[in-house]
Design a protein around this ligand. Structure first.
Ligand code: FMN
Length: 520
């Protein structure tokens, strides 16, 4: 019987390396020129090889010393290799190359067209389209603004239909927040602060939607509870146009916000009133209320403390019954929020547990259709405007959610892309290579707000134009004409259904009209 060798391949490899080093040393001592120089390379390799076989953490490098490290190297550059060399125009997650490119082009005011026709296969399930008209119309940008604020609010806000979605200073860098805020000022649209409070970089002239999460950053006492006086001080700032209470977020519904320790700088810690350098996890639930009625009473308090500014809440729908309970409470208390922001499960985040990102929460279209039909059936649609968020990038994306009942939209990652985000998917590491989602000065100083604010404004303006162009081609004279019956999706190889059939057929028997604008 053949006896198995007891010396492993890795040991032989180390021995060979050791012999090479010994031979080089002997050669060097014997005066052969250049021998010692080779040791600069071979000695560290020998040291690494010995370390690899001795360590017990990584089996792969223990079995394959030195070369085993290549696996980690290739793993670390896999996203870049895939994106640069293998990704097709319709590949790429969460945003395809085509989606990213359209944002880059619109942000840079570059070409507005694509060549040679459709890339998607229109016969595949999932393909979507909108019915155009033989009678196109002409519209202006003013047709795409909406008043938010019902009769219970005294400072109605005239909003653009596209606004910057919630992303805090902390998740994003100061240069990114500066560019977003200044971009919002140029384009006359609103900038949602995210739950990380109002920083100096939010106060550069852009309209603000101040978001308050469970951490009550910017309005918390020493114990982390809501502090009315601090709230009022910030809420009365002229830049703050609306107040948004965050109940949940699509990427991590039922989970509090997370600020990784690498991003928690002393400045950010001071703004949030937390300890610098620690990972800050906001609680999953609010301490200021614990029932639907409590939520509404709290919203009323926020409205009063802000001298009548529009108030609303952001939610990713989970249990439908819980949402209808809130609507029941609106009817019983008579307290009507001015808006509800609906975030789809497909929404983005700076940092979240994988299960929450991938499996919790209702996708945007289902959620929007459900909420919209509920509001309609309770005759609340005029008073409570819906703001939709979740992978809204193009004019077509905007019109689809308007058809499902939204009055306006948030774009968070679209705006990041307009700042130069390359979808490196490392927001949670603090190592964002383009300085958007990092607190590392070496990285964020490369992002020049003077240039990027213009890109943010361009992206907004060009997307508004694209939205108007579709409406014109479809003969939609105003936003009220954007109806679910005009949008279609291939649901299987043989059938195409309208959004009306897909999303409203099983809801209560009401005809869902889009919201009414302040115009007309
Ligand atoms: C980097 C980053 C930070 C975010 N921070 C917040 C936040 O503070 N509060 C919040 O409600 N949502 C937050 N979101 C979610 C977005 O506001 C938005 O709801 C979601 O990403 C869907 O929009 P999008 O598809 O246009 O990105 C964050 C998203 C990203 C990508």
């Amino acid at each position: 019987m053949k006896r198995k060798s007891k010396i492993s391949g890795s040991t032989i490899f180390i021995l060979v390396l050791a012999i090479i080093n010994i031979l080089l040393i002997i050669g060097g001592i014997s005066g052969i020129s250049g021998m010692f120089w080779w040791l600069i390379l071979t000695l560290p390799l020998l040291a690494l090889g010995i370390y690899d076989v001795v360590q017990t953490r990584h089996a792969i490098v223990r079995n394959y010393p030195i070369v085993g490290h290549l696996r980690y190297l290739f793993e670390s550059i896999r996203p870049e290799i895939r994106q640069y060399f293998f990704e097709s125009d319709l590949d790429g997650k969460p945003f395809s190359r085509r989606q990213r490119s359209v944002v880059y082009q619109r942000a840079k005011n570059q070409k507005e067209t694509v060549a040679f026709g459709m890339q998607a296969d229109p016969n595949q399930p999932g393909y979507e389209w909108v019915a155009h008209s033989v009678y196109p119309v002409s519209l202006t940008e003013d047709d795409l603004r909406v008043n938010i604020g019902n009769k219970q609010c005294s400072q109605v806000y005239n909003a653009s239909i596209i606004n910057i979605g919630a992303m805090s200073y902390g998740a994003l860098s100061k240069t990114a927040i500066t560019a977003l805020n200044e971009g919002a000022k140029i384009g006359k649209f609103a900038h949602n602060t995210g739950e990380g409070s109002i920083s100096p970089y939010h106060l550069l002239g852009g309209d603000l939607i101040w978001q308050i999460g469970t951490g009550y950053f910017g309005c918390r006492d020493a114990e982390g509870n809501f502090d009315g006086e601090k709230f009022r001080k910030n809420a009365l700032r002229p830049q703050v146009k609306m107040i948004e209470l965050k109940l949940s977020q699509g990427a991590k519904p039922g989970h509090g916000g997370i600020l990784p320790s690498t991003k928690n700088t002393p400045e950010i810690a001071a703004i949030r009133n937390v300890i610098a350098g620690t990972t800050v996890k906001s609680p999953a639930h609010h301490s200021a209320f614990n029932s639907p009625e409590g939520l509404l009473v709290f919203l009323k308090k926020l409205r009063e403390l802000s001298d009548g500014k529009p108030v609303g809440f952001k939610i990713c729908i989970g249990d439908k019954k819980e949402f209808t309970e809130i609507l029941d409470a609106i009817e019983t208390t008579g307290i009507i929020p001015d808006f509800i922001a609906i975030d789809g499960a497909e929404g983005g985040t700076g940092a979240a547990p994988l299960e929450f990102t991938d499996y919790l929460g209702m996708p945007l279209y289902d959620a929007l259709a459900f909420v919209s039909a509920e509001l309609e059936s309770r005759e609340l649609k005029e008073d409570i405007k819906l703001i939709a968020a979740g992978k809204i990038i193009t004019g077509f994306d905007i019109l689809k959610v308007i058809a499902l009942g939204a009055a306006a939209v948030y774009s968070a990652r679209g705006m990041m892309l307009s700042l130069g985000c390359i979808q490196a998917l490392v927001c949670d590491s603090g190592k964002c290579p383009v300085g958007v989602a990092t607190q590392n000065p070496k990285l964020y100083k490369a992002l020049d707000p003077t240039d990027k604010k213009v890109r943010v404004a361009n992206y907004h303006a060009n997307t508004i134009s694209a939205t108007l162009e579709i409406m014109e081609a479809c003969g939609m004279k105003n936003i009220n004409d954007v109806s679910a019956s005009k949008f279609f999706r291939k649901v299987n190889e043989l059938e195409t259904k309208s959004f009306e059939e897909i999303y409203f057929k099983n809801e209560k028997p009401v005809k869902v009209k889009p919201f009414q604008t302040n115009l007309n």
